[in-house]
Design a protein around this ligand. Structure first.
Ligand SMILES: C[S@@+](CC[C@H](N)C(=O)[O-])C[C@H]1O[C@@H](n2cnc3c(N)ncnc32)[C@H](O)[C@@H]1O
Length: 164
């Protein structure tokens, strides 16, 4: 598989998961969280698929396309290690959807970060809320969901936050 094909497949999987998740959370209350605003592509997609939903985006830097970012009130800049615990404290388990798109070319750092995100995600997601991730997460409070249609196993990761 060429790198172009693999890139395209990853983005197709990402879009399929976001589309599916938007329908699942449609009737759930709560905010949506985008962890890793980056260029703003997936933020822009979530905003389109979740009309009227309050979405907060997190990143260490504001590199998003001007058309693809939230208002300043909903853009939370800084290291996840600072911003996410603070948000969870202010808004405990307030998100019906948490999208983690945080991977980088550094495989070891990405895995370490996924391990850390595994611990914070259950403090952000509401009971029954969805946690989507480009990396596998591992935590007893995150229950792995069955594969989403058109998304091969292991390409994107979907969890439900446990009620407890
Ligand atoms: C793969 S990119 C996100 C792409 C974005 N979702 C899009 O569709 O355009 C990952 C982003 O996560 C951010 N990030 C990674 N680790 C972070 C950390 N520890 N704290 C804050 N931001 C972080 C990076 O700055 C980067 O912009």
């Amino acid at each position: 598989v060429s790198r172009l094909d693999s890139f395209i497949r990853r983005l197709q999987a990402q879009r399929a998961v976001l589309d599916w998740a938007a329908t699942v959370v449609r009737n759930l209350p709560g905010v949506a969280l985008e962890l890793g605003l980056g260029n703003g592509r997936t933020f822009s997609h979530l905003r389109e698929k979740l009309p009227g939903r309050e979405i907060f985006a997190f990143d260490r830097a504001d590199n998003a396309h001007p058309d693809s970012k939230p208002p300043a009130s909903h853009l939370i800049l800084g290291e996840f290690s600072e911003t996410l615990p603070a948000f969870a404290k202010r808004h405990p388990r307030a998100a019906c959807l948490v999208h983690c798109d945080t991977g980088s070319g550094d495989v070891a750092a990405t895995a370490r970060q996924a391990e850390w995100l595994s611990g914070i995600a259950p403090l952000l997601a509401c009971p029954g809320g969805l946690v989507l991730s480009d990396q596998p997460l591992l935590h007893p409070a995150l229950v792995s969901c069955p594969a989403v249609k058109d998304v091969p196993q292991g390409r994107y990761f979907v969890y439900t936050a446990s009620p407890g």
